[in-house]
Design a protein around this ligand. Sequence first.
Ligand code: PLP
Length: 318
Amino acid sequence: MLLSVSSSITLGERAGVVVTSEAGYRRCPRGLKPRALDARDPLASFFDRFVVDDPSVVYLDGNSLGRLPLATVARLRAVVEVEWGRGLVGSWEHWVDDATRVGDLLGTTLLGAIPGETLLADSTTVNLYKLLSAACAARSGPIVCDTHEFPTDRYVAGAVGDVVPTIAPGVSVVLRSVVDYRTGALADMAAVTAEAHAAGALMLWDCSHAIGAVPLALRDVGADLAVGSTYKHLCAGPGAPAFLWVHGELHDELRQPIAGWWGQTDRFAMERQWDPLPGIRCVGVGHAARARAPPRWRRASRSWPKPASRRSAPSRSS
Ligand SMILES: Cc1ncc(COP(=O)(O)O)c(C=O)c1O
């Protein structure tokens, strides 16, 4: 039996196979015990940080919904029982800035972003709509989205503008997944981004199947925009807010289409016309999702992946 897995060797001897992320699939050589290999795996201790209801289940569906971290159980209980239950609206101060605070944490540790570029909000689909609309308002021409991209990406692209499958001169924005959801193929982000820029387009990466699974360096590859899910390899749970990233140099140029009160300057001055907040906060729509990272995740995320080397980004005007 062959099984697919997105990280390193964690299969039971039962399966009789060893799987590595680089090599794809290979049979476990005679005499090599997967459990012994597991013990040498630098990530093996992370297993103890998760709720394992049935130890006989080899769970390989983290690309759909990551396992439940133990720390999240206690954290959610505190949010519901203490912050909501006792603190009521007064607990607001604990979470009102989470969309940008946790966005920065995620962006600087996992995306290769700098502070002020990443927001946790809404679903990936809604974030795609916001960023594709903003890109199409700033650049003329059709959207590039391959017919094999994830359905929601194709649907939103088709709802926002004309769609073509390949990059050609005069396209407005190229939408592409970093990791293909069907095959696991990893895109050459620098090459595709350079091709998009050469055609005069902005580059929007869907990082849903990549974040938490492969190192990302959005600034280093010259990307303009990105979206992604947190409930897959980041184990943030069903309904957890997605993220979006906008390169700082585009903040003054791009305008997202949903004028909501969470993107508004002085949101409690109720009578005012919409006057968007500066920077990434103008991409907010409704009230911030409760997105506080558990303390254990914060400690773990500091060491992996290793910070990407800081090359200068390819010219954005190319
Ligand atoms: C590549 C990709 N993009 C977008 C989505 C949609 O995410 P959401 O349900 O948060 O809108 C998914 C969901 O699985 C996905 O795999």
